[in-house]
Design a protein around this ligand. Structure first.
Ligand SMILES: Nc1ncnc2c1ncn2[C@@H]1O[C@H](COP(=O)(O)OP(=O)(O)OP(=O)(O)O)[C@@H](O)[C@H]1O
Length: 266
């Protein structure tokens, strides 16, 4: 292709992306973030459709965490647009405001309340006043057990409801934390490396769990485990040096020479 044709194609792509902002749940366009002159995100653009689950892959330092930090308001971009639901400009909001809009994030390490029961962990997370005290002794005691059990069934922990969360396996703690997020009924769920440290069986169950979750919520999941990403069966975005290197079906992305060179072939 000539330079003129390439410019034309890039402009058409940008125009199509712009048009897709309206109906999207998440829209990033030309997002850049620098740390001391180093570009962690470099004109990153990404569009997530309502109800879509997207897997984000890419080598260490590609910008995956920084992208999640920008979406959740932890990091402000130097430039670029970040829209939620086509209307909310996330670059103007703080972390609490973004969480209240319905964006939930699960970090890699599970952070459950180890000394509380599994059921009480969900009780704490269900909508209502936010202090632990009021959650356990006040308003949230009136949350019907049915609501708690519904979440626990979804995350496969119903049989463990009365156990202290600290007794759960690593994988079960991850599910409990996902359950705590689901209890808040977020519109968009951001999940960072959910299967790191899990057994093969737990990894398979987590893929199934996320597929179920994606029937009711939009999901962005960052993960290095390619068999897990394959099991999700969703569109994949490979980041490299802060930009999208390749995007599409996993079999296409994983066969891309550039993806093999910078990531999979290592
Ligand atoms: N607060 C910061 N200050 C300086 N540099 C940072 C900061 N946060 C991230 N970086 C740098 O930005 C780049 C992107 O980092 P990021 O954590 O987003 O990558 P990643 O794709 O999540 O990597 P990994 O797979 O290792 O988690 C890295 O080179 C990192 O060192």
């Amino acid at each position: 292709m000539t330079d003129a044709l390439l410019d034309d194609a890039a402009q058409k792509e940008a125009a199509a992306r712009k048009a897709s902002a309206k109906g999207s749940v998440l829209y990033l366009d030309g997002v850049s973030v620098s740390f001391d002159g180093f570009r962690a995100l470099n004109e990153l653009s990404l569009v997530l459709a309502p109800g879509e689950m997207r897997a984000i892959i890419g080598p260490n330092g590609a910008g995956k965490t920084t992208m999640m930090d920008v979406i959740t308001g932890k990091t402000r971009p130097d430039e670029g647009e970040v829209l939620f639901d086509g209307t909310h400009d996330l670059t103007m909001l703080d972390e609490a405001e973004i969480a209240n809009l319905g964006i939930g994030r699960k970090f890699q390490k599970p952070t459950v309340f180890e000394f509380h029961t599994v059921a009480d962990n969900i009780r704490l997370a269900l909508k209502g006043p936010r202090t632990t005290r009021s959650a356990l002794f006040g308003a949230r005691n009136r949350i019907p057990d049915d609501a708690i059990d519904e979440v626990l069934s979804r995350v496969r922990l119903i049989e463990h409801r009365a156990r202290p969360a600290g007794d759960l396996s690593h994988g079960q703690k991850q599910w409990l934390e996902i359950g705590m997020l689901l209890a808040q009924d977020p519109k968009l769920l951001l999940v960072d490396e959910p299967v790191a440290g899990m057994t093969d069986a737990e990894t398979e169950d987590t893929a199934e769990l996320l597929r179920e979750i994606a029937t009711r919520h939009s999901v962005v999941v960052v993960e290095h485990d390619m068999s897990f990403v394959r099991a999700l069966g969703v569109k994949v975005t490979c980041l490299h040096e802060g930009s999208v290197l390749a995007e599409g079906r996993i079999d296409v992305v994983s066969a891309d020479e550039r993806v093999i060179e910078v990531y999979l072939g290592r």
